[in-house]
Design a protein around this ligand. Structure first.
Ligand code: NAD
Length: 260
């Protein structure tokens, strides 16, 4: 699918980090971008910068997502692209990464539920709403494409660390839902893929001291650095533009395999 001025896209979590880089990359190619995020100040600023629209949306709340899509579609028309980046991490928060006891004994149940609600249920709701809208579009091209969805899982889906029980569960499920939803929607001409980012330099890592971030960078086999959000955004654009990319979950991680 071509990314140009005729394309409307929705990026959740577009106020910050990987979502912001993606919103900027899509807009740089001409797309009309709507940002769904809870952070209104940052979201408004990014939207203004890229001449897009900001919609204050809580992705875990169906009514809020409905209102966001209504606003985005009123501004830009039906989106052909959805990128799900909204999410929360638990690294560095109250979950103690204790090798002897394991963190599950310290893990508050409400934090587990909240992580699942935002990272997993939020991705599900946004996919479901976007898909039903995309199905109303006229198919384009020889193979009748209507839309493309990119989900954001994490390497924690495959090698989650101590203390990441909530986050790793949510991201494993985002990975797990990508192929069945791709199969579900292939008859409608809608492709669904997911990226499993390694460690990227975004505000999500802000809770970690610089020293810990440097150690993480050193742990990346090659190149020995944290990922640049622009690299994530490039892969999103490639997945959207490459019609043969479907039902895939791809690691983007400098070959890191997270230790326990
Ligand atoms: P970030 O904190 O910079 O951005 C996340 C954005 O999501 C924020 O703008 C936040 O306001 C928004 N958000 C949170 N809860 C929301 C909700 N309920 N509704 C709407 N918006 C909400 O983080 P990031 O690093 O850019 O992470 C983006 C995605 O990438 C997340 O899903 C994260 O789990 C995933 N990820 C990040 C890394 C990394 O190293 N940064 C690695 C793997 C996966």
């Amino acid at each position: 699918m071509q990314i140009d001025t005729t394309l409307a896209a929705v990026v959740t979590g577009g106020a910050s980090g990987l979502g912001e880089a993606t919103a900027r990359a899509l807009a740089a190619k001409g797309a009309k971008v709507a940002i769904f995020d809870m952070n209104a100040d940052a979201g408004e600023a990014v939207a203004a910068d890229i001449e897009g629209v900001f919609c204050k949306v809580d992705v875990s709340d169906e009514a809020s997502v409905d209102a966001g899509f209504a606003r985005a579609r009123a501004a830009h028309g039906q989106e052909r692209v959805l990128v799900n980046c909204a999410g929360i991490g638990t690294v560095g928060k109250l979950v103690k990464r204790d090798r002897e006891t394991g963190a599950i004994s310290h893990h508050p149940v409400d934090l587990y539920r909240k992580t699942i609600e935002i990272n997993l249920v939020g991705t599900f709701i946004c996919m479901a709403k976007a898909a039903s809208g995309m199905m109303t579009l006229d198919p384009v091209g020889e193979h009748g494409e209507r839309g493309a969805i990119v989900n954001t899982a994490s390497v924690a889906a495959e090698d989650g660390q101590i203390g990441q029980v909530a986050y790793a569960s949510s991201k494993a499920a985002v990975k797990g839902m990508t192929l069945p939803v791709a199969r579900d929607l292939m008859g409608e001409g809608i492709r669904v893929n997911a990226i499993l980012p390694g460690i990227f330099r975004t505000p999500m890592l802000a809770g970690l001291p610089e020293k810990a971030q440097a150690a993480l960078a050193e742990a990346v086999p090659f190149p020995k650095r944290l990922g640049d959000p622009a690299e994530y955004a490039s892969l999103v654009c490639f997945m959207v533009e490459t019609g043969y990319f479907n039902g895939e979950c791809v690691r983007l991680d400098g070959a890191i395999r997270m230790p326990p």
